[in-house]
Design a protein around this ligand. Structure first.
Ligand code: NAD
Length: 432
């Protein structure tokens, strides 16, 4: 899929939903164009004394409902169209969960694994130096995304504060706890997806021990959802990262795999007793094989476009929970929707727990008053469960795919905000 196709695909989702929503065509037209885009070059002094120039992008898609909100990604494949698509999805996602933000996204074209930690810090601070007038606590609030983490958010907040000569905790979310982060933020994305699965469990009468799960991508979000499901007795039968995966029908001890992944940066089939980890019987599988496993729940939690027209026919999972942003192409959607029994819990709902707790972090920073983890989790669970149910009901009442239902729900909220500023008929009436 070319970069431009990603954005065209993102727009197509809006087109599919508009006829079921209350939004008028004029408001939709607005949403098809990002509000503002900035591309910057970041010269970076490397540890060996040489200099390399990196490209950074920030897109503010829409801020009608509140300041732009969205992560910053470090990846060699970052492109303007990808960032525009991710920003558009953020606009829809913040509306899905009803938090008072719009949508934004950013990225640097870089392979962070090739940089030293000091180079990474200089690059992160350099990016903020370039976009310091574009972002802000009332305009556009970044957060972590693929290959960025809380330490990077801490550096970025510190750099922004230095430039503006004022400690500005609320400019970035996903920060370390000691720098104004929120309890519960680290696992929020995975926890939100877990909340969706628990709502399905109730509706479908699942017994966790009977349900097998495959998780593609074992970073922040993938680990959290796998750990929570494992704790409830679900069988996490397959796990992968960028280097490949492991499969075992009876399921893995998820805390052991998290432990080894965090120690060695690799997913390995192990059982750990304290610091001693022993290999357990399992098959090594590729990421492509993981997608086609005969499991009950498939959780793509890595990158976009992993379920495409090429493999959609062979996907056997009954339920796909999109923790990653944009893992399913529109063509694959059509194939899976025809299968009828495949339910896709779409990204703009399934991974919205992250932005929900980011909102809580921003609120706490502005209040200067911090909540307990139980408080954060409870507030998030309430929002996720409620929005899941609303969207599930829209899906059933209108007989449309759950993705379209999620877009309908978000377009209704965004449309109401845009139209509150005046519609075509309002202005036309005033002329008469
Ligand atoms: P992360 O960097 O912590 O982890 C990414 C994981 O994906 C790593 O384990 C990496 O090895 C793996 N990976 C990379 N390329 C892969 C490939 N080709 N095949 C299989 N695995 C691969 O990132 P994250 O924060 O967990 O984000 C994962 C996804 O979730 C992204 O799509 C992101 O946009 C989305 N998301 C994250 C958050 C959040 O709060 N972290 C919020 C919303 C959405």
């Amino acid at each position: 899929m070319s970069d431009n196709e990603i954005y065209t695909g993102a727009i197509k989702r809006l087109d599919n939903a508009i006829s079921h929503s209350d939004m008028d065509e004029e408001s939709l037209e607005r949403l098809k164009h990002p509000k503002a885009v900035i591309e910057v070059s970041i010269p970076l002094r490397m540890d060996d004394g040489s200099m390399q120039v990196f490209t950074g992008i920030r897109v503010r898609h829409d801020d009608t409902r509140g300041p732009g909100k969205g992560g910053i990604r470090y990846h060699p494949n970052v492109s303007l169209d990808e960032v525009k698509s991710l920003a558009l999805w953020m606009t829809c996602k913040t509306a899905v969960v009803g938090v008072p933000f719009g949508g934004a996204k950013g990225g640097i074209i870089v392979n962070p694994k090739e940089l030293s930690r000091l180079e990474l810090e200089r690059l992160s601070r350099g990016f903020i130096e370039r976009i310091a007038d574009f972002i802000g606590p009332d305009t556009d609030i970044p957060a972590p995304d693929v290959y960025t983490n809380e330490m990077i958010m801490g550096w970025m907040m510190d750099e922004y504060s230095t430039i503006h000569r004022r400690r500005t905790l609320d400019v970035i979310t996903g920060k370390p706890l000691s720098l104004g982060g929120s309890l519960g933020r680290n696992e929020a994305t995975g926890r939100g997806a877990y909340d969706c699965i628990k709502q399905l469990e109730k509706r479908r009468g699942w017994k966790p021990g009977d349900i097998t799960v495959a998780v593609q991508g074992f970073g922040n979000a993938g680990q959290a959802v796998a750990r929570l499901l494992f704790a409830d007795g679900y069988r996490i039968a397959a796990i992968s990262d960028s280097a490949g995966g492991v499969y075992r029908d009876e399921g893995f001890d998820v805390p052991s795999i998290i432990q080894i992944k965090n120690e060695t940066r690799h997913v390995k089939a192990v059982y750990c007793d304290g610091a001693i980890c022993e290999t357990v019987d399992a098959d090594n599988i590729t990421n492509a094989e993981l997608m086609e496993l005969d499991v009950d729940i498939l959780i793509p939690a890595a990158l976009e476009n992993v379920i495409t027209a090429d493999n959609a026919e062979r996907i056997k999972a009954d339920v796909i929970v999109e923790v990653a942003n944009g893992p399913t192409t529109p063509e694959a959607d059509m194939i899976l929707n025809k299968k009828n029994d495949t339910l896709i819990v779409p990204d703009i709902l399934a991974n919205a727990g992250g932005v929900t707790v980011s909102y809580f972090e921003w609120v706490q920073n502005r209040q200067g008053y911090y909540w307990t983890e139980a408080d954060v989790n409870q507030r998030m669970d309430e929002i996720m469960q409620c929005e899941f149910d609303v969207i599930h009901d829209v899906m059933e009442s209108k007989s449309i795919p759950m993705r379209t239902a999620a877009y309908v729900h978000s377009l209704n909220r965004i449309g109401a905000a845009i139209e509150a500023q005046g519609t075509r008929s309002y202005f036309a009436d005033a002329r008469d």
